[in-house]
Ligand binder design. Structure first.
Ligand SMILES: Nc1ncnc2c1ncn2[C@@H]1O[C@H](COP(=O)(O)OP(=O)(O)OP(=O)(O)O)[C@@H](O)[C@H]1O
Ligand SMILES: [Mg+2]
Length: 432
């Protein structure tokens, strides 16, 4: 007997699951799949795990973020997808006094949680999955990229899936778009999420929908490891870290004027590296750096952040500032959790400057995808946007300018990839 199948968009920031075929209550949904409500009625949840240091329990999604915000003893893990292609994946992190967890096991725990939700929704075990993957987990290193996919497959098997297949996330988005197109269309898909910006050039159309092998319709795929979490880091480095000493005046042992070391600020601003700054040895080393700071206030603030483990809260503040600026043109930054009365602000001009280099790299990747398809921008009929970061007008505008004649279509930012993966899963596994 074949078991139920699902599709998983395992995102850097958010994840979704679509379930194929019959539901727990019987009867198949008209589209052949449905998005699973993963947390209350939410079909997309933060890719986040909280390990309690108090009792070893785990929380996922919004509940994980909430447990951390409420100040429970334990560790919040975010951006775990970014670790797949790095050496960190085999290492462990301390989640409570003397309680270590391997980063890989964090990925397994999260996937097991998604599988459990899918199993509840299906009313029986879900053992087959199509999982989305970025065009490149790791830029410019094929061996490590392949290793990252193998790691994710092994994690999915440990989480209880016996059959696992992968599909590029932007191709999945194209399959979602194809459900609504009335005529043959050459589409450039732009999927700009938390970790990667991915582009595919795909021929879609009513006549193509039923075909199992779509390789001839996928003209090119290209991506870069630059997206929303990088924007958060850039906003953090521009708007928050200077208030903790980044770029401030330092004094070397010989008395020469230097900048204070910046590696700590970089790690503290990078979602998947935040937990590495709290290692006991690192804290001792940083405490001893006090003499390097001309302004002792700056060092004191930095140590407050490290000793109270405020890194994730600051990163969340940087992300909120980015979104506020993207929607309203400005943001207020309240750092009273670091020091009474400490505050700053951020605006569109500074955001534009902070993100300019990243936006340029993303736009270059879009151009390259079109060139790799052997096409010119004028050949593209439609530009399909998905992924949370496409809400940034400066970014989506810059991509749209690459294909000025294409019709712009906005997909569902957070669930388009999961829906398209479900279309792909139905073709591979049958309707369920
Ligand atoms: N209104 C907004 N303006 C700017 N950025 C936004 C907005 N809303 C969400 N984002 C950003 O979108 C990103 C998350 O998007 P999404 O959920 O598509 O990513 P993901 O699928 O988890 O990541 P990936 O596909 O790269 O692995 C986050 O960086 C978030 O800050
Ligand atoms: Mg995504």
């Amino acid at each position: 007997m074949s078991t139920a199948a699902c599709a998983i968009d395992f995102g850097t920031s958010n994840s979704s699951v679509a379930l194929l075929g019959a539901t727990a209550g019987g009867g198949a949904p008209p589209e052949g799949f449905r998005l699973v409500e993963l947390e209350a009625t939410h079909t997309a949840i933060p890719t986040a795990v909280f390990f309690s240091g108090e009792d070893g329990s785990r929380a996922f999604g919004r509940a994980a973020v909430q447990a951390h915000v409420e100040g429970h003893e334990g560790r919040l893990m975010r951006s775990i997808k970014s670790i797949l292609g790095s050496d960190l994946i085999e290492r462990s992190t301390e989640v409570g006094p003397g309680f270590m967890v391997k980063y890989l096991d964090v990925v397994v725990a999260f996937l097991r949680h998604l599988r459990q939700r899918a199993t509840e929704a299906a009313g029986g075990p879900v053992e087959r999955a199509v999982i989305g993957r970025p065009v490149f987990f790791v830029d410019d290193d094929r061996a490590r990229d392949a290793q990252a996919e193998r790691t994710l497959e092994a994690a999915a098997r440990s989480a209880g899936f016996s059959e696992v297949a992968f599909q590029f996330e932007p191709i999945a988005a194209a399959l979602d778009f194809e459900r609504s197109v009335a005529r043959e269309t050459l589409v450039l898909v732009a999927d700009i999420g938390g970790g990667t910006s991915d582009f595919s050039v795909v021929r879609v159309g009513p006549g193509q929908r039923g075909k199992v092998d779509r390789s001839a319709d996928v003209l090119a795929s290209h991506g870069v490891h630059v997206a929303g979490t990088d924007f958060d880091r850039e906003v953090n480095l521009a708007a928050i870290m200077p208030m903790l000493g980044l770029g401030s005046e330092g004094r070397s042992e010989s008395g020469a004027s230097v900048h204070v070391p910046n590696a700590i600020y970089h790690a503290l601003s990078t979602w998947h590296l935040i937990n590495t700054v709290y290692l006991p040895n690192r804290l001792i080393e940083l405490r001893q750096m006090a003499s390097l700071y001309v302004d002792q206030n700056m060092h004191r603030r930095l140590m407050t952040v490290l000793e109270h483990r405020l890194g994730h809260s600051l990163a969340a503040m940087a992300e909120a500032a980015k979104i506020d600026v993207s929607m309203h043109g400005r943001a207020a930054i309240d750092l009273s959790m670091v020091e009474a009365g400490l505050a700053g602000d951020f605006d569109a001009v500074r955001q534009q400057a902070a993100l300019a280099g990243s936006i340029e790299r993303i736009v270059a990747a879009a151009r390259l995808a079109i060139a790799q398809a052997g096409l010119s921008p004028a050949n593209i009929d439609a530009l399909y946007f998905t992924g949370g970061s496409t809400a940034l007008a400066a970014l989506s505008g810059a991509i749209a300018a690459v294909v000025p004649d294409a019709a712009q279509v906005d997909g569902d930012r957070f669930t388009s990839v999961a829906s398209g993966l479900a279309v792909d899963a139905a073709r591979r596994f049958g309707p369920g």
